[in-house]
Design a binder for this molecule. Structure first.
Ligand SMILES: Cc1cc2nc3c(=O)[nH]c(=O)nc-3n(C[C@H](O)[C@H](O)[C@H](O)COP(=O)(O)OP(=O)(O)OC[C@H]3O[C@@H](n4cnc5c(N)ncnc54)[C@H](O)[C@@H]3O)c2cc1C
Length: 344
């Protein structure tokens, strides 16, 4: 019988990230699908009490924790030690964890030390005739594969946005502390601070309900024969801040910076969606001033409901790629929507 260990690390405020609750849901479902496999939770963080209490009702057989000042911040050396210790203590056959920059850094090394094998970017977990199969995408999300492995322990790092987050009442959890000594050799990297952009400059919001995509049309001459880039910036920024949407872009728009043209100032290649960009996951997407060509729309694979506003009734969106297409001037539509959003 398989034994599952679900790993999670705390956030700065001591709570668990949403992705950890999603992976917990995946682990609970898997345990049930495997006919009642034992599930242990392993926590890493500075102070894990609040996180453990938030999971008190999840039904795990036990909660292990490596905690203390040495584990408050993300650092490969101490995190790999913590994960290794949790795996040795729980002796699982399957280790599930959410994808985060912290885990992405330390889990491959920890898996190696535990003589494990690791799969990243898991987007599906199934039990077929008693055999565990996991799903992941290859070749920039164009090919999907199902994999199984005989080797144990098997580490599965789960992409965010795939499973619903586990929810349940908080309680008072029994936590078994796992001691880990972090020697000076493991403390050569010290976190001295975190630099992040201002919150209104952060336009990529993976948890947003809406993806707003701006295409190159925003920087083209408009009906009056003039460029309206400052107005475009104002409309877009206003919209994403009022609606809390995440900002995506077509390649043509972000490439303009390297071509010397006037550009949308807060847009970078990180915003690019598509074959050579990202494949974000949001429940809804709205494309504006974008033609909807295949190399762009392939990045919309995981967007459930798609809408587009463009002047061209024969664009790619009209060829079956959008659920709803508004043939209209996006400047006018977004100005009106911003007005309505401002009214509340
Ligand atoms: C190998 C390869 C990889 C690629 N990878 C990617 C990728 O990852 N992502 C990506 O996006 N592209 C990618 N491309 C490029 C892609 O094929 C398209 O060229 C690009 O997506 C076009 O961007 P666009 O629709 O914003 O611009 P355009 O094709 O210029 O379209 C602009 C649109 O805006 C509309 N418009 C103008 N003014 C308004 C207005 N006022 N209101 C409403 N609509 C208006 C126009 O009608 C037009 O349809 C790739 C191409 C190749 C060859």
């Amino acid at each position: 019988m398989e034994k599952i260990l679900l790993l999670a690390h705390t956030q700065d405020d001591g709570s668990l990230p949403k992705a950890a609750c999603e992976s917990l849901n995946a682990a609970l479902t898997l345990a049930a699908d495997l006919g009642g496999a034992a599930l242990t939770v392993g926590l890493v963080g500075g102070d894990v009490k609040a996180a453990a209490d938030s999971l008190a009702a999840c039904g795990a057989a036990g909660i292990l924790a490596v905690s203390g000042e040495d584990f408050a911040a993300s650092r490969y050396a101490s995190d790999a030690l913590a994960v290794e210790a949790l795996v040795r203590e729980a002796a699982p056959t399957l280790v599930l964890a959410p994808t985060s920059s912290r885990f992405s850094r330390c889990l491959p090394g920890a898996a190696f030390r535990c003589d494990g094998r690791i799969e990243t970017h898991i987007t599906g977990i199934d039990v077929v005739d008693g055999t565990l199969q996991v799903q992941r995408w290859y070749y920039r999300q164009r090919m999907v594969a199902k994999l199984s492995r005989a080797h144990r322990p098997w580490f599965l790092v789960i992409d965010p946005g795939v499973f619903e987050p586990w929810q349940g009442p908080a309680g008072s959890a029994d936590v078994q502390a796992v001691e880990v000594n972090v020697g000076d050799d493991h403390k050569r990297t010290e976190v001295v601070g975190v630099q992040t952009p201002d919150s209104d400059a952060q336009t990529i919001r993976p948890d947003a309900k809406l993806l707003f995509v701006a295409g190159a049309g925003w920087t083209k001459k408009q009906a009056d024969g003039q460029l309206q880039i400052k107005r475009a910036e104002e409309l877009i920024l206003n919209f994403i801040n009022r609606s809390n949407a995440s900002l995506g872009s077509s390649k043509s728009l972000v490439d303009q910076s390297s071509e010397g043209g006037e550009v949308i100032s807060f847009m970078s290649h990180l915003n690019q969606v598509g074959q050579t960009g990202s494949t974000p996951r949001h429940p809804k997407g709205l494309a504006t001033c974008c033609h909807g060509e295949e190399p762009h729309t392939v990045g919309w694979r995981f967007i459930n409901e798609r809408r587009a506003i463009t002047l061209d009734p024969n664009c790619g969106w009209a060829q079956g790629k959008a659920d709803v297409l508004y043939v209209a001037d996006a400047f006018e539509v977004i100005a009106k929507v911003n007005e309505l959003l401002a009214e509340g």
